[in-house]
Write a protein that binds this ligand. Sequence first.
Ligand SMILES: [Zn+2]
Length: 356
Amino acid sequence: MRKESYDFLSRLVAAPSPSGYEQPAQRVFREYVAPFAQVSSDVMGNVLAFIKGGRQEAPRVMLIGHSDEIGFQVKYIDDNGFIYFGAIGGVDPHLTPGQRVHIHSRGGTVVGVIGKKPIHLMEAKDRETVVKLDSQYIDIGAANKKEAEQLVRVGDPATFAGGLEKLHGDRVTSRGFDDKAGSFVVAEVLRKVAGAAKKLPVDLYGVSSVQEEVGLRGGTTSSYTVNPDIGICVEVDFSTDQPDVERKHNGDVCLGKGPILPRGANINPALFDLLADTADREGIPVQFTGIPKATGTDANVMQISRSGVATALVKIPLRYMHTPVELLSLADLDNAVKLIAATLYRIKDKRVFIPE
Ligand SMILES: [Zn+2]
């Protein structure tokens, strides 16, 4: 991966963006794509970047990746200054105790830790069970409620601390790859096609959406705004090459073996064929899965927007989804960018996506 792209990825995942509070990440996206795309934002907080194609009445293509990440929200501060919180999106209560968190408040970042009873003091039966999220609390070091309230307000969002870090080879870890990896791929496709000598045969919209983790909300409104003929959603997917994930659930998909192309009701068969054939022609590795229902992604709401959209999903294999140590391969990101960019040049006529 190019250094500038890696730096962009690093800034994007470092910027806090729990659902409903995405603008720090959206600012990073906006700033990156502004030199080569026409950028606008909507009232939901979605960022839309447009590149005009070289043809009259060209098909409208929309790419989407969501910028929001899971997180927490301050709900209650007790008399001793301990902060109780709710989950933004699918937070696993198994892994929150003992973590460092950042509360994003008016005055900036407040560092805290999620406290936990020492193991010595736990009863045997409690070692077998999870402490409910409702009973977990953040300690910011405040002596009492008054001190805590000077730093933190009810409603402030919080995230796990920590950003991008390199592991062995091309593997990296961060919180928030779900789905800032998708936003990243969308931005990189825009950069690539904007810089290419050949003009696109389509009008292209790249959307960094919001509020996906709390009900596909930004994807719903931005699909309505863009009104695309064709849509490609870039999301993360369960890599099944970790010891405790069953291959029976998501097939045999691994890190580093390329983006995943699912088939199923949510995927337009002709668009799937075009992506798979392009991968084949260009020598880009891809993997395949079956999703026999509406996917839990922005591709779902995009497909059934207005009178329907020819939709596909390009997914990035990811280990440890919704943990602070999500893990992926940079090559899979690069290959997703290559695949989508090459596919865009092969879209000529929107009518070929109507099944017959
Ligand atoms: Zn996601």
